[in-house]
Design a protein around this ligand. Sequence first.
Ligand code: PNS
Length: 293
Amino acid sequence: MSRGCERATFVEKNPKAAYVIRENLARARFADYGEVVRGDVVEVVGRLAMEGHRYDLIFADPPYRIPARETGGVLERLSALLTPGGCVVFESGNLLSAETIINLKGVSRRYGRTVVTFFERTETTMNLAICPGSFDPITVGHLDIIQRASRIYDHVVVAVGANFSKKPRLSGEERARLIEKATGEFENVSVEVMEGLLVDFAREQEARVIVKGLRVFSDFESEFQQAQLNRTLYPDLETVYIMAVAEHSFLSSSAVREIARYGGDVRGMVPEEVLDIVRRSYVDRQAAASDKG
Ligand code: PNS
């Protein structure tokens, strides 16, 4: 602070230590520029990131005895608080194992029993986006969004997930195979089955962007909710929306399922490459027969 920073936030769990920091700030006449937040560092840092606070410089001096795994977790959270080009200066008793640290590149120096590591944020070189969905089945509307995303990003991973409010007719693998057939011509698109949470999948893939299609206004509420929840779980993840073309506004997988179930014609609603499979897989022979009969 004596070197001229505009503001500083101190995070301290111990009440006595927090009191001493406040006293020192007052004595050094920095009280107006320094804020002391009492609490567990992981919780406080998570909250600060969620509230959108960003810092150019972070000094971290955690107890030396904390396990390496936890150090990685703390650093990952701190990296979410850094401005582009910002730096974390981290004190530890040992050299930090590089693989525990995500999104950060560090240089260490040893001073007696203390190791000081200067971390900078490494921006993900690949401009990667994830297009998640249930895709039960893929429609021409999905395909359009995937193609438009593939023109913006270096690579698009289509993530076939489970939406627990829906019971998919086809398994994740089967739905993924259909998408592979339909997206075969797009060189920078790949398809994966996503077993757990979208945020965990995004972290595994080192992706910072989710791309989703928005159709009519009624999509907004659930998309807004999902985006907020995902942001709470992974503050650095952005959800970007591509507006569906007008012809696809009322097209949905559930409409395709309904029509295909009764043997109706879904040509033009699903990609041509998967039309036959969709017809065969989604038809309910009894329902189709009774409808015709
Ligand atoms: O096509 P859908 O049904 O709108 O897709 C929803 C999907 C699969 C993207 C969403 O349910 C999802 O992300 N599922 C993975 C589990 C998860 O992360 N759930 C929390 C989302 S807030």
